[in-house]
Design a protein around this ligand. Structure first.
Ligand code: FAD
Ligand code: NAP
Length: 522
């Protein structure tokens, strides 16, 4: 078990406590942190009031428990008594009360889909919702009316409209003496490596193809064992994806394997659970006094490229409870003609993470040793590459670790956006010591005339000659200017939630449109 000190959290005089606000987090009372909640759940106290009894809950029964002092909520078919959790909820009591006495699944998914409530609230479990008659499916989601065994034939779903069926991917497979190849026909042009996520763990193959906000999944328990490495080939123009596995034994396979629950389905990405694979920590490098660059190596049997502007979730068990937090992969360095370190075989994910002295998750992360494993999810987020591809002026407003999504955007804009005229990073930090990759940023500005960086400090020492202050309308009007009257602009903003929310408001007040602003939020 982790030795987490039982202090009031966040500390009564903490800057974080004072700064907390906006939609994301409300200041919690002392003794009401996530760690305090975990302690309470381990205390043996009866948190449901049912003395460990589980019940089947009807909609009418659920609806009766709709008050703060008696509040039940249904999440994914399970009903929880959340009254004891109220004061511990980072989103605040009012946010929880929105779902009081009802099915809160959609509400929870909208706000924090990644949070594992099953684990966090397991001591509050009242029971299951009683079964309702099953309604007809809403969309063309499941194609898995499949025979029990996969023989390589793609099933036909007669009821589907021809036009819809034409858009849905299908798959096939074939073998040689030593290889198994699964071919996915996406029927879509412009497939690329970022749109294919494949994993093979202990004979379980999972291949996901992202198609806008939907995804197609092949998920099979393979008939025979395969070797650790996998190859993914993409024929971009025809939209064909091949996943090739090496057989462990050169025997003839009669079938691909057993279909798993979500096999051969086409669904909204948000309707799929998060998938994790274990990655090995291969290095941990200091960036500043409190921020480190973690390099996590993907398994050989994983194909995963996190798209720019997207984040992943890390999952750790802390004091017996599964805790999940989002982090945004960066590059190992800025585009300054460095070479990627060669000692790391395999693909790596780099994360720049600030370790908070009272942080639950980051303290545990900091205790990981080189060679330890941590679970990393599939990418999430709503930034689209097309937002930046046609921009002439790009402004990146970052505060603290809000710099992380900007790293890949900087690289992409400077190396691949041919119409780019100006790229400006306005980087807000407390002190000089907090500035991430300052030397690299200054070097990049010298190297590329289109790039400019402006550091703004809120708590500088008296030696600081640069700009001082916080995000404000006047500051933005000074730094965010089109290079010509009608130039195409993109402004990206990321940092603490109130910083981002205020920034967006100032930008709108300055006349920038919704389409010209991208805010990175949870
Ligand atoms: P916590 O235990 O959450 O505490 C962090 C600090 O906040 C502490 O100082 C604590 O005192 C204070 N605090 C906690 N709860 C409250 C509260 N209710 N009221 C007031 N203060 C409070 N971080 C990075 O370092 N790098 C990234 O690349 C990155 N990417 C992110 C991407 C996304 C989409 C999002 C939403 C966040 C990202 N973050 C990133 C932040 C990260 O997810 C965690 O929030 C962060 O690491 C802190 O986690 P923790 O559990 O250690 O800290
Ligand atoms: P920090 O060091 O506390 O703050 C960085 C700068 O922002 C400081 O100058 C600070 O000024 C200023 N600031 C803080 N709160 C402000 C507010 N309410 N209004 C105006 N300015 C404010 O930042 P950090 O600890 O690195 O935190 C970074 C944040 O970014 C975290 O909340 C993290 O969750 C978020 N983040 C989000 C994403 C995403 O994709 N959504 C990605 C990465 C990080 P003061 O001197 O006043 O504190």
């Amino acid at each position: 078990m982790l030795n987490v000190p039982p202090q009031a959290f966040p500390g009564p005089s903490s800057q974080q406590r004072a700064a907390a606000g906006g939609r994301g987090k409300v200041p919690l009372k002392p003794g009401r942190s996530l760690m305090d909640w975990i302690r309470l759940t381990k205390s043996g106290k009866d948190l449901t009031g049912l003395k460990g009894r589980l019940m089947e809950v009807t909609e009418d029964e659920l609806a009766k428990h709709n008050k703060k002092e008696d509040c039940w909520i249904c999440i994914r078919g399970f009903v929880y008594n959340v009254t004891p959790y109220m004061e511990y909820h980072p989103g605040g009591e009012d946010e929880l009360m929105k779902a009081a006495g009802t099915d809160g699944t959609d509400l929870f998914d909208q706000v924090h889909r990644w949070v594992n409530y099953e684990s966090m609230l397991k001591e509050c479990l009242v029971g299951r919702m009683s079964a309702k008659p099953i309604a007809a499916p809403k969309e063309i989601s499941t194609l898995s009316e499949e025979k029990k065994q996969l023989n390589g034939m793609v099933p036909e779903k007669k009821a589907q409209a021809a036009s819809a069926k034409d858009l849905i991917p299908s798959y096939d497979w074939f073998q040689t003496d030593s290889l198994i190849t699964i071919v996915i026909y996406t029927k879509q042009k412009g497939m690329n490596a970022e749109l294919v996520i494949a994993d093979c763990q202990d004979k379980r193959l999972r291949g996901e193809i992202i198609m806008d906000d939907h995804s197609y999944l092949v998920e099979v328990d393979l008939d025979h064992p395969v070797q650790e490495d996998m190859a993914v080939n993409i024929a971009e123009k025809v939209g064909k994806v091949e996943i090739t596995l090496k057989k462990k034994d050169n025997i003839h396979w009669k079938m691909l394997g057993q279909p798993l629950e979500s096999h051969n389905t086409f669904k909204k990405c948000t309707d799929r659970g998060l998938f994790y694979r274990k990655c090995k920590l291969v290095s941990k490098t200091e960036v500043t006094h409190d921020t480190k660059l973690f390099c996590l190596m993907l398994p050989k049997s994983t194909h995963l490229h996190v798209p720019k502007g997207r984040h992943v979730y890390l999952k750790q068990i802390i004091a017996g409870t599964e805790i999940v937090k989002p982090y945004t992969p960066v590059l190992p360095f800025l585009p300054l003609n460095f070479k990627e370190p060669s000692h790391h075989e395999g693909a790596c994910i780099y994360l720049m993470i600030k370790i908070y002295s009272c942080g639950l998750f980051t303290q545990a992360l900091d205790h990981l040793q080189i060679g330890d494993y941590i679970s990393v999810s599939n990418p999430e987020g709503n930034f689209k590459k097309t937002q930046i591809q046609t921009s002439e002026d790009v402004f990146l407003l970052a505060a603290g670790t809000g710099f992380t999504p900007m790293v890949k955007l900087l690289d992409f804009a400077l190396s691949e956006v041919s119409c780019l005229r100006t790229l400006k990073l306005i980087f807000f930090n407390k002190t000089e010591d907090d500035i991430l990759w300052r030397n690299q940023l200054e070097e990049l500005a010298l190297k590329d005339k289109r790039f400019e960086v402006q550091f703004i400090l809120s708590q500088p020492t008296k030696d600081w000659l640069g700009k001082q202050g916080k995000i404000s309308s006047s500051l933005l009007s000074e730094f965010v200017k089109r290079s010509k009257k009608d130039s195409k602009v993109l402004i990206c903003i990321c940092g603490p939630t109130p910083f981002t929310e205020q920034g967006v408001q100032y930008l709108k007040d300055l006349g920038y449109s919704q389409e010209e602003i991208h805010a990175f939020t949870a």
